[in-house]
Design a protein around this ligand. Structure first.
Ligand code: CP
Length: 336
């Protein structure tokens, strides 16, 4: 992998100066500068192994607004099924290897975005983010992570931007696990944690026992938060955590300890009282409610919260456009 390329693979190793530059660039691009042909003549490719509404639309619109062309490829929807492992005999379902697929794509476009969710079968494999890193090794142009097994940098950037806009100062942020009907990947809670750590907030991660985040991400977030003047704590007592919170960020994720197990879904469903409802929000210091979307109403969050003035999820989703303009400009070497 060429480390000299301005990839955006994870927030965990992003230098503080790059973090600040991206957030500030996103704010500038939210204004008239975001409709100028800064990227005229540039081409951006996207490869999605999984579905998307916000990420894909924001990049297509960002490219349009800035004068670039975006190509969107969906695995299973007209794109060859891709193998990413080295040294395997390709006699299974995959018709093309990432080495050739991304190798050719990189000769046709100037940067490539990749979405490849966690498999949720092998925790060690997911922790290595194998598809993302295989693509980065194969590509001669910058790779942007559009949500991988471990991280979702664009979501984290938009989350940080939203808190800047809604709160505007160091704040207590509760990142709370929420129930779901099935186990979900951990990329979003990792990204939100890392983003709020970069911003120097006081982050409390609340989850039931057995739903620990990746230990390496937690350590990196703790280091980043300390460097930025903030803090990271973890608790199983959400009720206590909510006291004094200015931000409640809900997300469901599967238990890494139950990866691939038959009872993984039941474990996620076993904590319905972790829904974010009006009673939970009443414990906070007038907190705003955040979620990356899509969200299941009545499972993750009650309508009374999602439909209330405290909910900022639409502005949070819309912020994706501003940050993705900024990361696109950075990847293509354009000052913005
Ligand atoms: N939050 C997010 O990434 O949305 P999409 O999955 O719709 O892109």
């Amino acid at each position: 992998m060429s480390t000299s390329l301005p990839h955006l693979l994870s927030l965990r190793d992003l230098p503080a100066a790059t973090w600040r530059a991206l957030v500030e660039s996103a704010e500038r691009l939210a204004g008239p500068a975001g409709r100028a042909p800064l990227l005229a003549g540039h081409r951006f490719g996207m490869v999605f192994f999984n579905a998307s509404l916000r990420t894909r639309t924001a990049f297509e619109v960002a490219a349009f607004d800035l004068g670039a062309h975006a190509v969107n490829l969906q695995v299973g929807g007209g794109l060859w099924s891709l193998e990413h492992r080295d040294g395997v005999r390709m006699d299974g379902p995959h018709a093309e290897h990432v080495k050739e697929g991304f190798g050719v794509l990189a000769r046709m476009v100037d940067a490539i975005g990749l979405r490849a969710f966690a498999g949720l079968v092998d925790a060690a494999a997911d922790a290595a983010d194998p598809i993302l890193h295989a693509a980065a090794r194969a590509s001669t142009v910058p790779i942007l992570n559009l949500e991988s097994a471990l991280d979702h940098p664009h979501q984290g950037l938009a989350d940080a931007l939203t808190v800047r806009r809604k709160i505007g100062e160091r704040a207590k942020v509760v990142l709370t696990w929420a129930p779901h009907i099935k186990p979900l990947p951990l990329a979003v809670p990792h990204a939100a944690l890392l983003a709020f750590a970069h911003e120097g907030h006081d982050v409390v991660v609340a989850h039931p026992e057995g739903f620990d985040l990746n230990a390496g991400i937690l350590a990196d977030a703790t280091r980043l938060a300390a460097a930025a003047g903030g803090s990271v704590q973890v608790t199983n007592d959400r009720s206590a955590a909510l006291a004094g919170a200015r931000v409640v960020y809900a997300k469901s994720w599967g238990s890494p300890a139950r990866y691939g197990r038959d009872d993984a879904a039941e474990a996620v469903q076993a904590h319905p009282d972790w829904i974010v409802d009006g009673a939970a929000m009443a414990r906070t210091d007038g907190a705003v409610f955040m979620h990356c979307l899509p969200v299941r109403r009545g499972v993750v969050v009650a309508d009374e919260v999602l439909d209330s003035a405290a909910s900022v999820v639409l502005d949070q989703g819309a912020a994706r456009l501003d940050v993705q303009k900024a990361t696109l400009c950075r990847a293509l070497g354009v000052q913005a």
